[in-house]
Design a protein around this ligand. Structure first.
Ligand SMILES: NC(=O)c1ccc[n+]([C@@H]2O[C@H](COP(=O)([O-])OP(=O)(O)OC[C@H]3O[C@@H](n4cnc5c(N)ncnc54)[C@H](O)[C@@H]3O)[C@@H](O)[C@H]2O)c1
Length: 271
């Protein structure tokens, strides 16, 4: 995929009103651009007061409409203000992407209660508050996409982050079950190692290990996650509900077996 070229466009998204959290940069920003390129009306939200100029500039060339709102996902008051604005302005919302999330690299035995609570309040409670605030504005055909992580499918040592992403899976399945009868779908996407600012601080040794364990033998780009999120928001995914989709180059599918296979192959080649 030509990740840095013009954003991909997907059918079935034109005119849809979609809220994205943590959209100022990284995957949230890439998701906003794919949706805008596909003609959607995007409400990009993040912690800062102002929309980042990079997003604003890129959006100006695309057919969809961009609206930016300051929103801390942990704040019920922020969610309530956004819901009131959306009700007044658009009457309904077609999509919600619970993308905002923070990593925390502490291990079990060393993580403090304060850090544990902070990770859970953003990664889990933030998504739950978003669903509670926005779902009342959704009608039949609407779609919620939660952003999990490959860490939510395995035992990554970052205990608070890993446990929080496992919790978001639970939230996804409950929501898919509760809202299914209303015609509202909920799914979760699990990115693997994606090149964003979040991963810029990852130790080089971790990147090397990740590549050793990933069948595609490369890291991913935010645009590659955004394409799958946009598909789940679109009507093309009309019968996809409660699904978990890894976007990780085969990392979680392989479950470490690539490493074993590679060392066996290398030892056989030596003989
Ligand atoms: N990058 C990866 O390799 C990777 C892998 C797996 C999962 N993820 C998940 O993907 C999502 C996006 O990650 P990214 O790599 O784009 O990260 P990023 O750090 O580049 O961007 C995250 C955005 O979330 C915003 N944010 C943080 N706290 C917030 C809050 N309380 N309220 C509102 N916004 C807040 C930040 O300001 C930032 O703009 C996260 O949920 C992350 O856990 C990322």
């Amino acid at each position: 995929m030509a990740a840095k070229s013009a954003p991909l466009t997907l059918p079935g998204l034109a005119g849809k009103i979609v809220v994205i959290t943590g959209a100022a940069r990284g995957q949230g920003c890439a998701e906003a651009l794919v949706l805008l390129a596909s003609g959607a009306h995007v409400i990009a939200t993040d912690l800062n007061d102002a929309c980042p100029s990079t997003l604003e500039k890129a959006a100006a060339k695309l057919p969809g409409e961009l609206h930016y709102a300051q929103l801390d996902v942990t704040s019920e008051a922020d969610w309530s203000a956004l819901a009131q604005f959306l009700k007044k302005e658009f009457k309904q919302v077609h999509g919600l992407v619970n993308n905002a999330g923070i990593p925390f690299r502490g291990r079990i035995g060393e993580i403090s209660r304060v850090d544990w609570d902070k990770v859970f309040s953003i990664n889990v409670t933030g998504a739950m508050l978003g669903i509670q605030a926005i779902a009342p504005l959704m009608r039949k055909g609407a779609s919620i996409v939660n952003i999990g992580s490959s860490a939510g499918l395995n035992a990554h040592h970052t205990v608070a982050y890993t446990a929080s992403k496992w919790a978001v899976r639970g939230l996804t399945h409950v929501t898919a079950t509760e809202f299914g009868p209303r015609g509202i779908r909920t799914n979760i996407v699990h990115p693997g190692y994606i090149e964003t600012e979040m991963m810029a601080a990852a130790p080089a040794i971790m990147t090397d290990a990740q590549l050793t364990l990933t069948p595609l033998e490369r890291t991913g780009q935010p645009e590659e996650v955004a394409a799958v999120v946009a598909f789940l928001l679109s009507d093309s995914a009309a019968y996809v509900n409660g699904a978990e989709i890894p976007v990780d180059g085969g990392f979680t599918s392989s479950a470490g077996v690539k490493y074993m296979s590679d060392i066996i192959k290398a030892s056989q080649q030596k003989k």
